[in-house]
Write a protein that binds this ligand. Structure first.
Ligand code: ZN
Length: 644
């Protein structure tokens, strides 16, 4: 099957030039996360999950962020969502349905001649607004998104078949005939997911009706093709169609949607994974991760073990063999090499942001099944190093690739003239930073991430206030809030990177701790005002390329450090997917003692999380990669080891 790169489809690149209060809880009156327990009827939860998660997230509306880097990222995203006018978002949908629109079209991947149009405007935008509403209670965003749903409903009603898109249905004829077309089902998936999120998080019944009509259209299209023909159609990127249809089954209980979901099983991709064979080389990465998320959902809803095997084996291979120190994966959007071969895969277009988003989403499923701290180690690594720092705090624009070859810089989209896939997944990511900090089972709380925040657990009559400046602060403080004493286990994640560590309850040190990469369980009757102080000392450590130990990144605790070099201009920072290939600053090679590989770096006594090189050919300053914005940087260094 011919693979086209995404930019081949950009026919109009020139166009591209251009602390909320806690809301009252309403448990039992609106649907929740489809992964958790789907929907409520007469205040009773209805679950279609055959495999219950061992540990489950709290509904996002029960978690609120406090001050810190996550809040800054969320607020930048929120501002960006507020800046998008509904009429501009609706323009191409209205035109496609034959309705009038005088709005100024958006550019980039939403331009009227871009074959992905609609993916953001009618998809990611709705998901992001719904998630942001769940995370913050922002009624204005909910209202804007509700208006977009209502207007999209008019577009769908005109067409009558259930089809809803900003491009003509003839794109699907080209898909069927295997003619050149970008990714029609990919776009349909975003719209279906956006509508489902509006139902799940905002209780928008019209959105559910609309997504059911879209599923009906999809069932008709796919049902008219033979199995072999459909498998050929799956050679074109189709996003998370399987996941959306699984979630639609979860909220409606209509078995038929599971059957349609299975039509999106790509045999050629799933069979080797089920047999534990890594045949990922040559694949377009972000085409495939969503298929594994669909497999995870299919397992949860049917209990079919094969799908769990697919998800677990895939995760292990990608994380252990195909991921960089940041947790990111892919180079030029693809896996180009055999497992463990990454040293030749550094360039200006490493690690697409969508891949990090989707791997984190998959990771939540695997963590939910197992409560294994390893999954949260990966989640934290990717959150801190690949997600924080790829949204521009000045205007909420997003990165496409996070370059990991030394001497390049970060590039961000333009607010109205980029609207890439990664703008979409980014808009969702920073709207749902509340969804993984805390998990729980029937009688224990899991604190997965160290982020200033608060969680309410009304079923237990308590909450936890987490106060921390982590990672500037090497630890966190949790205070129990509530009305009465409660027996409970509180499980604190002890990260893989911790060097020592200790915990105090109400000022008294506990004699025991837990090993790195596990949870420390504190079981007792907790009283309002009880305080847990967790100390998590950090140290410098090396993350070397698996296939070349002389190419090394330096980490401090969970943080990837980057050498910082000269500033780049704003022109260089905005509008492109990646920095210009070859415009790469030469960075010095490092001389290091092989017995003490981090001894060439020392903390800067005057500035937090800042380090200076010692004994090198030139002065070098290192800071967390997530703090680099408009500067050239270096993550991987060529290190020449000496024995003394
Ligand atoms: Zn992307």
């Amino acid at each position: 099957m011919t693979q086209f790169s995404r930019r081949d489809f950009m026919t109009s690149a020139a166009v591209a030039a251009g602390a909320a209060l806690l809301p009252p809880l309403a448990l039992g009156t609106s649907p929740q996360d489809p992964v958790v327990n789907t929907t409520f009827k007469d205040d009773q939860p209805i679950s279609r999950e055959k495999v219950a998660w061992k540990v489950r997230p709290f509904p996002m509306k029960q978690v609120r962020l406090g001050e810190g880097a996550c809040k800054v990222a969320m607020e930048a995203d929120r501002q960006y969502l507020h800046a998008l006018p509904p009429d501009r978002l609706l323009h191409t949908f209205r035109i496609n349905a034959g309705l009038s629109s005088s709005a100024q079209p958006l550019g980039g991947w939403e331009a009227p001649d871009c074959e992905l149009r609609g993916h953001y405007a009618g998809g990611h935008y709705l998901s992001a607004c719904a998630l942001m509403y769940a995370s913050t209670g922002d009624e204005d965003l909910k209202n804007n998104a509700t208006k977009v749903v209502a207007e999209l409903g008019k577009c769908q009603a005109v067409v009558k078949s259930g089809y809803l898109s900003a491009f003509p249905v003839e794109f699907f004829d080209r898909l069927r005939e295997r003619q050149r077309v970008w990714a029609p089902f990919y776009t349909i998936h975003k719209i279906m997911a956006g509508l489902l999120d509006m139902y799940v998080y905002c209780g928008n019944q019209q959105a559910l009706d609309m997504v059911e009509k879209m599923a009906g259209w999809t069932a008709g299209y796919t049902g008219s093709l033979s199995y072999e023909h459909m498998q050929r159609v799956l050679g074109t990127e189709f996003g998370g169609m399987g996941e959306a249809l699984c979630n639609l089954y979860a909220v409606t209980g209509k078995d038929y949607y599971l059957e349609v979901a299975q039509r999106f099983d790509k045999k050629q991709f799933f069979d080797p994974l089920a047999a534990h064979r890594d045949e990922l080389k040559g694949l377009h990465v972000n085409t495939h991760i969503p298929q594994v998320i669909a497999a995870a959902r299919y397992y949860e809803l049917t209990g079919e073990r094969r799908y769990r095997d697919i998800a677990e084996y895939f995760w292990e291979e990608v994380v252990s063999e195909r991921s960089y120190c940041t947790g990111g994966t892919s180079n030029g959007e693809s896996w180009n090499t055999d497992p463990g071969k990454l040293s030749t895969e550094l360039g200006p277009s490493t690690t697409e942001c969508c891949c990090a988003y989707n791997m984190m989403k998959l990771t939540r499923h695997l963590f939910g099944w197992s409560a294994d701290a390893r999954f949260m180690d990966y989640y934290e690594r990717t959150l801190l190093n690949h997600r924080l720092g790829t949204i521009n705090p000045e205007d909420g624009t997003m990165m496409y690739y996070l370059p990991l070859a030394s001497g390049y810089w970060k590039t961000f989209g333009k607010p109205f003239d980029s609207l890439w896939c990664c703008t979409g997944t980014g808009s969702e990511e920073y709207a749902k930073l509340t969804d993984t900090i805390y998990f729980h089972d029937d009688d224990s709380l899991f604190v997965n991430l160290y982020i200033d925040s608060q969680v309410q657990w009304p079923e237990k009559g308590l909450g936890v206030r987490q106060e921390t400046r982590f990672p500037e602060e090497r630890g966190t403080t949790l205070t129990i809030v509530g009305k009465s004493p409660t027996q409970l286990s509180i499980n604190l994640r002890i990260p893989y990177w911790v060097e020592g560590g200790s915990v105090k309850i109400n000022g008294a040190a506990l004699p025991a701790f837990a090993s790195p990469g596990s949870y420390l369980t504190l079981n007792r009757v907790w009283k309002p005002g009880d305080k847990i102080e967790l100390s998590l000392p950090m140290a410098l450590h090396i993350d070397a390329m698996p296939d070349d130990e002389t190419i090394q990144a330096v980490m401090y605790g969970p943080l990837v450090l980057a050498g910082r070099f000269e500033e780049v201009t704003r022109d260089m920072s905005y509008g492109d997917y990646e920095p210009k290939a070859g415009d790469q600053r030469k960075v010095p090679e490092i001389s290091a003692n092989s017995a003490k590989p981090t001894a060439w770096i020392e903390p800067d006594a005057t500035r937090p999380l800042t380090f200076q090189a010692v004994g090198q050919s030139q002065p070098l300053t290192l800071i967390p990669l997530n703090r680099v914005i408009h500067e050239r940087y270096a993550v991987y260094w060529k290190v020449n080891s000496r024995s003394v």
